[in-house]
Write a protein that binds this ligand. Structure first.
Ligand code: TYM
Length: 339
């Protein structure tokens, strides 16, 4: 039996401040955190800044992006009266538990992670060395989740492999050292679980990509959003149909439309006979979806002390929740309790 977490479902998820938040982050994760998760469970949402250090980074930029990400989470509707919003590096338990996860995982498991297999060669190609933390990063992510006894981890599709690994590590730890961790599961949105780059529909819309023409950022001006959507790559066939494998560009637009305005992408396809009309509706749906987020963000930027206070309170709450479980894990593996 896993350690009790009380009656309520507990939810943990996070976003990494490696770039400006995108429509992919919003539709794949953040919107659900605000619209559903915080209302139905005891939820924690974290700006996972330690994860931004696994590749070459500019310290001032990471600091700026962390604050911006936290502000955007609040602007997206996370309510500090309902959920806990905090910054990972403010709560030491993540790093404490991360080491125990490194002692639970195998190097082979880490090397099999898709993100490592993709990012390590990219770093080498850029002429840099690969930071060890890029390899061990999933151990920290497992610690993020397991420290809180989270049952559910609402993420986009690209993170499911990491959550699967987290499950394996929880089960292994519990078997070796006794019941300590809840075994969590990933939850995904119904549509837009993987929003693709508008210029390159074979790759994910990612906030740290260098080419930005196909990436819609949450803070893009409406005119910029329209331009990016209207220039989206589709394919040579003239009709509109939902065939994700064969025609990923148009399928992506239909997914984004369904994500923003509701409906089923396959059905939506039947309502259009030209790309022009589809793109126009997608552009407006995205602009309308992002409008309240941009407006609230502008208000919150004018209130930095409010954001600071939310993060301070969030870190206190998070620390209090994580501490007993991480202490229990330390004791379970044989570390001598401090007197
Ligand atoms: P990150 O910062 O890359 O993304 C944050 C969330 O947004 C989702 N997402 C997308 N969903 C759909 N389409 C896209 N194009 C898209 N891009 C991103 C991600 O799936 C994610 O849910 N390793 C994590 C951060 C993390 C974390 C955690 C998450 C660290 N510890 C513990 C959950 C629990 C990451 O890099 O997410």
């Amino acid at each position: 039996m896993a350690m009790a977490t009380g009656a309520r479902t507990r939810i943990f998820s996070g976003v990494k401040p490696t770039g400006h938040l995108t429509l992919g982050n919003y539709l794949g994760a953040v919107r659900r955190w605000a619209g559903e998760d915080q209302h139905r469970a005891e939820a924690l949402f974290c700006v996972v800044d330690l994860h931004a250090l696994t590749v070459e980074h500019d310290p001032a930029r990471v600091r700026r992006l962390s604050r911006q990400a936290a502000t955007l989470l609040l602007a997206s509707g996370l309510d500090p009266e309902l959920c806990t919003v905090f910054v990972q590096s403010h709560v030491d338990e993540h790093l404490r538990l991360s080491y125990l996860m490194e002692c639970t995982a195998s190097d082979g498991e880490m090397r099999r992670m898709i993100q490592y297999k993709e990012k390590a060669p990219a770093e080498r190609a850029r002429g840099g060395s690969v930071r060890l933390s890029l390899l061990t990063y999933p151990a920290l992510m497992a610690a993020d989740i397991l420290a809180y006894g989270a049952h559910e981890v609402p993420v986009g599709e690209d993170q499911t492999q990491h959550v699967e690994l987290t499950r394996d590590l929880a089960v292994r730890f519990n078997q070796r050292y006794g019941a300590t961790f809840v075994v969590p599961k990933a939850t995904q949105p119904v549509v837009a679980t993987r929003v693709m780059d508008l210029q390159d529909p074979a790759s994910k819309m990612g906030k740290s990509h260098a080419r930005t023409a196909g990436i819609v950022y949450l803070l893009d001006e409406p005119e910029v959003v329209r331009k990016k959507v209207l220039r989206a790559v589709t394919d040579a066939e003239p009709d509109v149909a939902y065939e994700p494998e064969r025609r990923p560009g148009v399928a992506n637009l239909l997914n984004v439309l369904a994500g923003c305005a509701g409906g089923d992408p396959r059905r939506l396809a039947e309502e259009y006979d030209s790309y022009g009309a589809l793109k126009k509706d997608v552009a407006e749906a995205v602009v309308e979806t992002l409008r309240p987020v941009r407006e609230r963000h502008a208000e919150l930027v004018a209130e930095p002390s409010y954001v600071d206070a939310v993060l301070r309170r969030g870190a206190e709450r998070a620390r209090a929740l994580a501490r007993p479980r991480v202490d229990a894990a330390f004791e379970a593996v044989g570390l001598l309790p401090a007197g």
